[in-house]
Each structure stands twice: as structure tokens, then as C-alpha cells.
Design a protein around this ligand. Structure first.
Ligand code: PHE
Length: 451
């Protein structure tokens, strides 16, 4: 299976494929609600600082690991040092946890698209439309089933390539549309206060939780710390520059997240006055806010339909990449065929997705560590497991195989301009920060200690 790997054609092919996995609901749905909740400008600033340090170093390390070994996560760690194969396994669990609740949101996007197509845009802008929808016992589950079913069918039929092709046309359109909506929203009366909230850092809102949230979001959004970029690296041609590919993927991914925030956060100020409750809405923020923006626009229904189609594609390319990863691991490790492992992953995701979906509705009273089940899965993967995998990866590269291994791989296809930053981040900055943040936030989640 690991032999005869096909390669991406050239740098553009690689960057687009990796960006297809990276750009998804994380950028458009998750980033804005976190930025709104964790203080706006301060979150944005912390995120950008982390992106150019942690994000850059980890992505370079993962892609380098993959290209050096020509293997996916489990095989790559195993090849370099058998004792550390467990990092690969740990990384492999993460997509299996993310896929189910990712599909819940994919289902919501599908539902909103259907609402706009059937002329229900006006209702969608209603005050309680979103809460009414997610508190229904069955309807969100049906949309979850549709989204996850579509992902499974695409993976099963092996038609990802077709979807990816369409998505490559759609992504630039999504960028243009998001910029357009963001500019429109910024000029709505009362929006300016929101623009300032989003862009201007308020240092009094800084806390360890802000950094942890930004770090988890960085990993999630750039598909890091879960073995995915290692796999992408294993398909990368030897003559393509790793450093400049990483820079481009990061710019693209962060750019889309930035505009999504600009599209949503000022609108929260326009329609809900920017109160802490409105800003802290969490997972429903995009779904509550954008229909109100579309409602005020000429041709709002058309914009709504276009927007939700584009987001649906971005979500599908990501869910496909998540499911592919899980399916291929199940295939390899259980030694079963692709069809059966697709079925297993589908059923598992449906079950776990149902639990997370109900966490926002019928089971919202069930709390783990003070979070509903949906938020708990999100917390477990992004704020606990991913930082742990990132930490282990840094230690592995920094002290076991040594950074030179990655440096050689990067330099085999061009200059490594930020070599010093890379070594410093991987060996010292990232491990120390991750430990500090992880410990303080886990203590915080258990209510033991608060920064
Ligand atoms: N990066 C994707 C997003 O931002 C999520 C994702 C993570 C997709 C891991 C694939 C693998 O939505």
C-alpha cells in the first residue's frame, strides 16, 4: 500500500491539495466564533503569532517527515524509531474523533442550503430559528446522516478527485464572496465597533485559555497534529520547495479565517449589540448571524445559496480528507477491505455524531466537565489530544531524530530561510509553551485553578 505512491504534480498541485484539506469549516465556522468569544483582537493577534511560529514549524516538520520517509504517520514514526510508533497511533485517533462532530456541522450547512434553496431565507433570519432547529430531536440527525452519507459515498466510490477539482474552482470564489460579504457587513450601521473589537487587541482579555483556544484552532484549521500533513508530505515530489509551500498554505488558510471573522463579528454588533452573551454564542454563531446579513442585502437569497454551496464544498473536501485517513488506517490495521472499513467508519461516525448532535439538543443537559457532549468532543480533540501530539512530535524531532533530518529534507529542494526559527520553536518554544498551556487549561477545565 505504501509503495507506488502517486505524487502531486508540482508545487501548485501540492499546495492546492493541502489547502483543500486545511480550508474548511474550521476557517469559516469555528475561527469566527472563537475569536468572538475570546476577546476579538487579542485572539486574532495570538493566532497570527502562533501561526508564524508553531504553525510554520509543525507543518514544516510534518511535511518533511512524510516526504523523508514516504510513509503516513504510523509508518513514518515507526521507520525512524520503533519506540515512538505510538505517536502515530495517537495522531490517528484524532481524525476519528473530529469526523463525527465535523459532520454535525456539515449537516447544519446542508440544512441551511436547503432552507435558502426553498426560499426560506427570511425565516432563517428569525431570532430563534437556529435554536429551534438544533433542539429538535430528529431533524439535525437526518442532516447529519445526509452529510456523512455523502462523504462515505464519495470515499467509497473513490471520486474524491472529481470533488477536489470542483473545489479548486469553488475555493477562490469563496474567497471573493467572503471578502465581498465582509466589506458589506463592515459598512452596516453599528458595525464599526465590531471591526475595532475584532482587529484591535485588548490585552486585558489575555489569558492562558485564549492561547489554548488559539493553539487548538491553529492545529485544527491547518490539519496539524493528526498525521494528515505527514501523509500529504509523503505524496510530495522531491523537487518542490517545502518552505514556500508551507508559507502559501498558511497564508491561504489564515486569510480565509480572517475574512470569515470580518464577515461575522461586526455583524454580531449590528444585530445583537455585541453583548458578551451574543459574542459567546459558540457553535451557532455563523448560523445565527449570516442569515440576518443576507436578509438586509439586495439579492440576499442568491448570496445565501451561493455562500452555503461554497461552504458545503469546503466542508466536504475536509470531511473526505478526514474519512480517507481513518478508512486507510482501519484497512491497514484490521487487514480488511476498503468497502468494509468504509462501512465501519461510517457507522462509528454516525453513532458518535448522533451523540454530539444531541448534545446541542435533547441531551444538552448532559455535561462533561461543564461542557455539552458536542463541546466536549471538540475540547478533547483540539485542546487536549492535539497539543499532546504536537508536543510529542516536537520532542521527537527536536531531541530524538534531531531537527537536522527535517532541515536536510527541506534543503534538498531549496533554501531554508527560517531554519533558526524552526529549530528554536521545535526544540524549546513550542514544547515549553504547550506544556504550560495544557496544564493550566486542564486544571482550569477541572475547576481546580484559574488563571
Ligand atoms: N482543517 C479543516 C478545517 O479547517 C479540518 C480538517 C482537519 C480537515 C483535519 C481534515 C483533516 O475545517
Amino acid at each position: 500500500m505504501e509503495k507506488n505512491r502517486s505524487s502531486f504534480t508540482g508545487k501548485l498541485g501540492f499546495v492546492l491539495a493541502a489547502a483543500g484539506s486545511a480550508v474548511g469549516l474550521g476557517n469559516i465556522w469555528r475561527f469566527p466564533y472563537l475569536a468572538a468569544k475570546y476577546g476579538g483582537g487579542i485572539f486574532l493577534l495570538v493566532y497570527i503569532i502562533l501561526a508564524v511560529t508553531f504553525g510554520f514549524a509543525l507543518m514544516t516538520a510534518e511535511i518533511g517527515l512524510g516526504r523523508k520517509t514516504g510513509l503516513s504517520a504510523i509508518g513514518a514514526f515507526n521507520k525512524l524509531n520503533k519506540k515512538f510508533t505510538f505517536i502515530g497511533y495517537l495522531a490517528a485517533i484524532i481524525p476519528a474523533i473530529i469526523l463525527p462532530y465535523y459532520s454535525v456541522i456539515g449537516g447544519w450547512v446542508t440544512k441551511y442550503l436547503a432552507v435558502y434553496v426553498t426560499g426560506g431565507g427570511h425565516e432563517a433570519a428569525g431570532k430563534t430559528f437556529f435554536d429551534d432547529f438544533i433542539s429538535k430531536p430528529f431533524e439535525p440527525l437526518v442532516w447529519l446522516l445526509i452529510f456523512i452519507g455523502a462523504t462515505a459515498v464519495i470515499v467509497l466510490l473513490g471520486v474524491e478527485k472529481g470533488i477536489e477539482k470542483v473545489s479548486k474552482i469553488m475555493m477562490p470564489i469563496l474567497v471573493v464572496l467572503s471578502v465581498g460579504i465582509a466589506i458589506y457587513a463592515a459598512f452596516l450601521p453599528g458595525a464599526w465597533e465590531g471591526v475595532v473589537y475584532y482587529i484591535k487587541p485588548d490585552f486585558s482579555k489575555f489569558s492562558a485559555t485564549t492561547v489554548l483556544a488559539a493553539m487548538g484552532q491553529l492545529f485544527y484549521s491547518m490539519s496539524l497534529a493528526m498525521g494528515i500533513m505527514i501523509t500529504y508530505g509523503s505524496y510530495m515530489k522531491k523537487d518542490v520547495s517545502i518552505e514556500s509551500s508551507v508559507t502559501q498554505i498558511e497564508l491561504f488558510d489564515t486569510g480565509i479565517a480572517f475574512f470569515a471573522g470580518l464577515m461575522i463579528i461586526p455583524s454580531v454588533f449590528v444585530f445583537s449589540g455585541g453583548t458578551p452573551e451574543a459574542l459567546g454564542k459558540g457553535a451557532g454563531l455563523m448560523f445565527e448571524t449570516l442569515p440576518k446579513v443576507f436578509e438586509t442585502m439586495p439579492g440576499g437569497t442568491f448570496v445565501g445559496i451561493t455562500f452555503f454551496i461554497l461552504v458545503l464544498f469546503a466542508a466536504l473536501t475536509s470531511s473526505i480528507s478526514l474519512m480517507e485517513t481513518v478508512v486507510s488506517i482501519v484497512c491497514d490495521k484490521l487487514k480488511i477491505d476498503r468497502k468494509l472499513s468504509c462501512l465501519i467508519v461510517f457507522l462509528f461516525s454516525l453513532a458518535l455524531g448522533t451523540v454530539s448532535s444531541l448534545g446541542k439538543g435533547a441531551l444538552s443537559g448532559v455535561k462533561v466537565l461543564g461542557m455539552d457532549l458536542f463541546d466536549f468532543f471538540d475540547f478533547a480533540s483540539n485542546s487536549v489530544l492535539m497539543p499532546i501530539v504536537a508536543l510529542l512530535t516536537c520532542i521527537f524531532i527536536g531531541f530524538i531524530v534531531k531537527p537536522q533530518l527535517i532541515i536536510d529534507e527541506v534543503e534538498s529542494s531549496g533554501k531554508f530561510k527560517r531554519k533558526k526559527i524552526f529549530v528554536f520553536v521545535i526544540k524549546y518554544l513550542a514544547p515549553i509553551c504547550i506544556v504550560l498551556i495544557l496544564v493550566s487549561s486542564v486544571l482550569d477545565a477541572f475547576g481546580i485553578f484559574k488563571i
